[in-house]
Write a protein that binds this ligand. Structure first.
Ligand code: HEM
Length: 186
């Protein structure tokens, strides 16, 4: 098979990778909105939305992984010709920053949110059934929430701001990567 075939396969997989990345990005923004709009009125729905958000983020991660592999395939198919070009260097730096943003900001913030939500449910008198079941099974009293309402509200505000910063920066980088990749400014 000639290099043109591998280049076509690389472009095909690059497009395939953009689909779950975009779906994950849009999905997490929607579920994140659902978390904040339901947090006070319906905490159990907010908790369900947060769990769904985590699943959507797996789509985005899968997309980035496919983009990385197909990008390497594209570079190899073009005999590494693009490696010295400015657009690709900036694109790769942005790609690295997107990965770091995901690992350092989004992952830790999601884990914090998923840790706070059961406490929030307990503070609101809606203890998750699994926690009740395990306490009953062991004949123990229900666990006390780790944080009080005021602390939780402050921490949720921080989580919300960190997610906002993450989405804004991630989407700006995504848009710049798309423009650089298609126009290939040098
Ligand atoms: C968020 C991540 C990425 C996005 C959204 C993205 C998007 C794109 C788009 C839209 C094109 C234009 C395709 C065309 O001109 O037909 C492209 C081309 C290209 N991408 Fe990516 N890309 C990403 C990551 C990467 C990575 C990590 C690499 C390298 C490891 C890479 C290497 C390339 C190469 C070499 C081309 C030129 C293909 C050619 O015209 O022959 N990309 N990319």
């Amino acid at each position: 098979m000639d290099s043109q075939f591998w280049a076509h396969l690389g472009i095909f997989l690059h497009i395939v990778g953009i689909v779950p990345l975009s779906a994950g990005a849009i999905g997490t923004i929607i579920t994140d909105n659902a978390v904040w709009s339901n947090l006070k009125s319906s905490p159990t729905q907010a908790a369900a939305a947060a769990r769904m958000g985590k699943r959507f983020s797996l789509f985005a991660q899968g997309g980035l992984f496919i983009l990385l592999l197909s990008g390497i395939l594209l570079l190899a198919a073009r005999n590494w010709f693009y490696l010295g070009e400015v657009w690709l260097i900036i694109k790769l730096v942005l790609f690295g920053l997107m990965l770091l943003n995901g690992v350092l900001v989004a992952r830790s913030t999601t884990n914090l949110l998923l840790e706070l939500l059961p406490n929030w449910l307990a503070v609101n008198g809606a203890t998750p059934s699994l926690i009740v079941a395990s306490a009953v099974q062991r004949g123990q009293p229900l666990p006390e929430p780790k944080y009080n309402r005021v602390t939780l509200e402050l921490m949720f505000e921080q989580v919300r701001r960190r997610f906002e910063l993450f989405y804004i920066s991630q989407n700006i980088m995504f848009a710049v990567v798309l423009v650089l990749a298609t126009f290939k400014f040098n």
